[in-house]
Design a protein around this ligand. Structure first.
Ligand SMILES: [Zn+2]
Ligand SMILES: [Zn+2]
Length: 271
């Protein structure tokens, strides 16, 4: 089967290249059954995030498109909600689903670095904080966030590996790393959220495999955490980037189904 849906989609409302309608038309062209928009929640001073005042327009535009294309494709209003965003900004918006994401390292004094901006920033942060401490802190932030924020999907679970091709910065097989990742995974299980197999790092040429790594997916399967597939797309051309490959990985690990948002609920779709 082909996975004919994507809930992790960025438009011009945050750091995507295309308008929501251009994305809907591309999704129709690919024969998608559903498409969801997940622009980045507002963070002060960050130009990759949604503008503070744009949330209402964003929601209205997606809802309008959902009506316009009703009968052709299901369109959902979502958000990629950052661990440092204030939920109060969005209290009046009825999202169809929410994706939770951690994008930062933080030291004790509250100084922040992007996890996923450049390898240089990653190197600087992990040098300043200490590599193990920075990465364990990332997973701890995720655990705390999942505990307090009701998310449907957890984005790019192991984003910390973005610049780690060939084990450049750390060994994913090290006990401290596995323990940190599995600790956060336990919180995902408790929360009932879905883990996303995210192909965005591949689409942008940083990685040769999706997030999360296979040993994490294997653990998710063993502990009954459901998974979905998402492209974290920033261009309409990459809406289904490497989806067939992602399904192949899941099948090889023993997954029999994935979650897809259909008719307003997360349905199990056989793979
Ligand atoms: Zn993200
Ligand atoms: Zn994203």
């Amino acid at each position: 089967m082909h996975f004919l849906s994507n809930l992790h989609t960025h438009s011009i409302y945050s750091d995507g290249a295309d308008s929501p309608e251009a994305i809907v038309r591309a999704a129709l062209g690919k024969g998608f059954r559903s498409i969801g928009f997940s622009d980045h929640s507002y963070l002060e001073g960050e130009n990759w995030c949604m503008k503070y005042a744009a949330a209402g327009d964003y929601a209205a535009e997606i809802k309008k498109l959902a009506q316009k294309y009703s009968g052709q494709i299901e369109i959902y209003l979502g958000i990629e909600f950052d661990s440092s965003s204030d939920p109060v900004f969005y209290k009046d918006i009825a999202f169809d689903y929410k994706i939770a994401a951690v994008h930062e390292f933080r030291n004790e004094r509250g100084q922040k670095w992007a996890v996923d901006d450049t390898a240089e920033i990653f190197a600087e942060a992990t040098k300043s904080i200490g590599l193990e401490k920075a990465i364990c802190g990332y997973y701890q932030t995720m655990s705390d966030f999942i505990g307090s924020f009701k998310a449907d999907i957890i984005a790019h679970f192991d984003l910390v590996k973005k610049f780690n091709r060939g084990g450049r910065f750390f060994d994913e097989g090290a006990d401290w790393y596995i323990n940190a990742a599995f600790g956060a995974l336990e919180k995902v299980q408790e929360s009932g959220a879905i883990i996303e197999v995210n192909t965005g790092g591949m689409a942008r040429g940083y990685m040769d495999e999706p997030y999360p790594s296979e040993f994490i997916l294997k653990r998710a399967l063993e502990t009954g955490i459901p998974v979905t597939v998402g492209s974290d797309s920033h261009r309409k051309e990459t809406l289904d980037f490497y989806f067939d490959g992602a399904l192949e990985i899941l099948r090889s690990l023993g997954f029999g189904s994935v979650k897809m948002l259909l008719g307003g609920t997360f349905a199990d779709v056989e793979i």
